[in-house]
Every structure is written in structure tokens, then in C-alpha cells.
Design a protein around this ligand. Sequence first.
Ligand code: HEM
Length: 406
Amino acid sequence: MTDTPLPDGIQLTPFDPAFREDPYPILHDLRRRAPVHRDEPLKRWIVTRHDDVEHVLRNKAFFVDPSKARPDAFHRLFENTETGGEQSILFLDDPQHRRLRGLVNRTFRPRAIDRMRPEIRKLARDLVAQIETPEFDVVEALANPLPALAIAVVLGVDGGDQEQFKRWSEASTAAFFNPFASEEERAPGVAASQALREFFLREVDQRRREPSEDLIGRMCAVEDERGDRMTDAEINTMCNLLLIAGNVTTTDLIGNGTRALMDHPEQAQTLRAAPELMPHAVEEMLRYDAPVMNSARITHDEVEIGGVAIGKGESVMTVLGAANRDPDIYPEPDRLDFDREDVHHQSFGGGQHLCLGSHLARLEAQEGFAALLERFPKLGPSSRPHEYRQVPSFRGLKHYWLQGSE
Ligand code: HEM
């Protein structure tokens, strides 16, 4: 690949068929030849080395608020993708980010999520029990519904609304994360987001009158040492973000992880023989095929990244999927290997914006894979073709067909 021009623009997004099918050879080439690469068509810098990605994500001086980017920078495209309401924490800088994240952290503690494991296990087992054999689409049967059902349990919303919930969150995610969408393409997302806002308004109102122990109830009740609390509008925006950030990503972890297991049958066998490896196996799946390909920051000043000078207000895309396969950090990075000892992947981002829902996502994936392997002692890919979705910065399967037998 050394003589070919460096990829840029759409070639580095899932709109390009080669990148969509397998971005890793392209990212390896880029990391080797231009680890800090200027993507001129999209006005952004692409960072692919593990250590550079980690450095950028953890550096508190970088911004995320798109309005702080240069007028022509990639981030500016995201100024219009918010679908109403307050700015979400994903695009907030300090001190606003520190304040809101501090409050919501108190309500979203790993221990509270752990208590939901039996309920999420039951959801996963019930979904897997309903699968009709021999041939099924694992995305439709498990990867799609499980995160929507789980987040509904965590938030404390009615089980009967879950189908609607998933549709709304898919539509608003597609609008929120796709800066290339036309007004027309964004319309269903804006409508879905509005419907979600009205829905959450009623839920918050109810919790204000009747306190509850679910996540919405905890957000209504939370108060810090200085007596600061979340407003109704902030809770509403946070609930919207939890759906947007938590649904499709976890669907993609389950889809990509299943494909990784099918492509490495010996690793699937290892996991079947030692189910206690599951938490570690999910970490390796997150490293091997990251559901969120890019996170991003804005330079606060003139900076140097990996020896390259970058101006103020520039968009810097940290390619999490490339960092996770950096051969300087991970020997044989393209191999799924549950014996790999050090798997400190970047798939949940890092620093102040480190994924709030990582604990929940891990739990759902662990229970989903366990249920699948338990029901089907024999599981293999079907001959029907798979298909990837086309949402920029995400990597996930739309359909993945399997053959299973008991
Ligand atoms: C496998 C599934 C998931 C992946 C791969 C993932 C990945 C990410 C990434 C890469 C970020 C940005 C971090 C950064 O820029 O440094 C993020 C932020 C976030 N995620 Fe996740 N996520 C997942 C699941 C979830 C779930 C289940 C929830 C909640 C229910 C969630 C809620 C959030 C929130 C609220 C943020 C914004 C945090 C902030 O800006 O302070 N995510 N996630």
C-alpha cells in the first residue's frame, strides 16, 4: 500500500465500502505512514497511534464544544446535529461538564448497575430462548433488543414502551451522529427526539411527585455538597443522551463480538470451556473491534501531537479502533486472543469524557454472550451475507446471520 495516496475524507468513513467492510488494513497503513494525518477534505486531523490517542483523550486542555472549533473545522458540522433541548455533556467543557458529570456520576454507580445483573441476565436469556432455529439474525434477535430493554430497566420506564423506545433512539442516534445527513434525512431523528423529550417530561414530572429508586428518580433526587441539583431540562437531556449513547453502541458490541467469535472458533471454544473468562473476553472483543471508531477533541491552542504541529481550534479525531490495534502495544493485534494479558483498550474513550455507561455495556455483553453460548452448543456463521451500518464514527453490523443448533 506504500505507494498509494493516503486515504482521506469519505475513504475514512463507513460510507466507503472498503473501510466499512474492514477498516483495519487502511488504519494500519495510515498509522505506519502518517500517524498524525491531515484529512483536508473533512478539515480534521486523524490520530491513529495508541499513545497519541491516549495523550489527546486524557489532556484536560482540549475542548469538545463544537462552537470552540475554527469556523471551517470538522466539529462545526456537529453544531446542528443536536436535536433540541440543552447541550449534552458529550459536547460540554468545564466548568459545565464537571458540574453535570459530578451530579450524574452519583446516580450511575457501578454498584447500582451490578444490582441489575439478575434482571439483565433474565432479559438476555428470554430473548435467546425465543430464537427460532436453525438460521437467525443475531442482531435482530439479541443485539438490537437487549440494550433497549436494559436501559429501560435502568431508567425505570414501562416495559410496554420499549419497542417504541428503540425506534426513537435509533432514529435520533442516526441524526445526532451523522453530520452529513440532509435536512430531509434528519427529519425523522428530530421528530423522534421531540417524542422522547415529551415522554421523559412526563416521567420526570411523575418522579418529582412520587420519588423512586430508578435512575430517573435518582437524578431527580441527587444533590451535591453545595446543594446543587439537576434541573428538569438537564435530566431530560441526560436521558436522551443515555439512549443515544447507550443503545446502538452496545448493540454493536454484541454484533461485532459475535462476529469475532465466529471468525475465531478456537477462541469461542476456549470461552465455552472456561465461562469465567467472560469479563476478560468482552474486554478483548472491545479491543479487537471497537463499536465507536472515533472520539474527538478540539485543540485549545497551538499544540504538538506525535511531533506534528497543529493550530488552535482544529478538530482532532482519535481513532480508537486504530489505537486498539497498534502493534507497538499489542503483539499480533489483528488476532482475537483471550489469553492476551494486557487489554487496556481505548474503546470507551478517556479522560473527563470517559464513557459513563461502560459498566452497563460490559454487563449486557457478558450476559448476552453467555446466554447465546449456553443455548447453542453448536453455533456458526450462515451463508447469508452480513451487512454493516453506515453511521460515521461507528462500526456495527445491521444483520449477521448464524446457524445454531441445540
Ligand atoms: C459498548 C458500548 C459503548 C461504547 C463502545 C461507548 C463508547 C463511548 C465513547 C467512545 C465515549 C466518548 C468518550 C470520550 O470522548 O473520551 C462515550 C461517552 C459516553 N457514553 Fe458511552 N459507550 C457505550 C455504552 C454506553 C452506555 C450503555 C451508556 C449509558 C447508558 C453510555 C453513556 C455515555 C455517556 C453519557 C457519555 C458521555 C460522557 C461525557 O461526555 O462525560 N455509553 N461512550
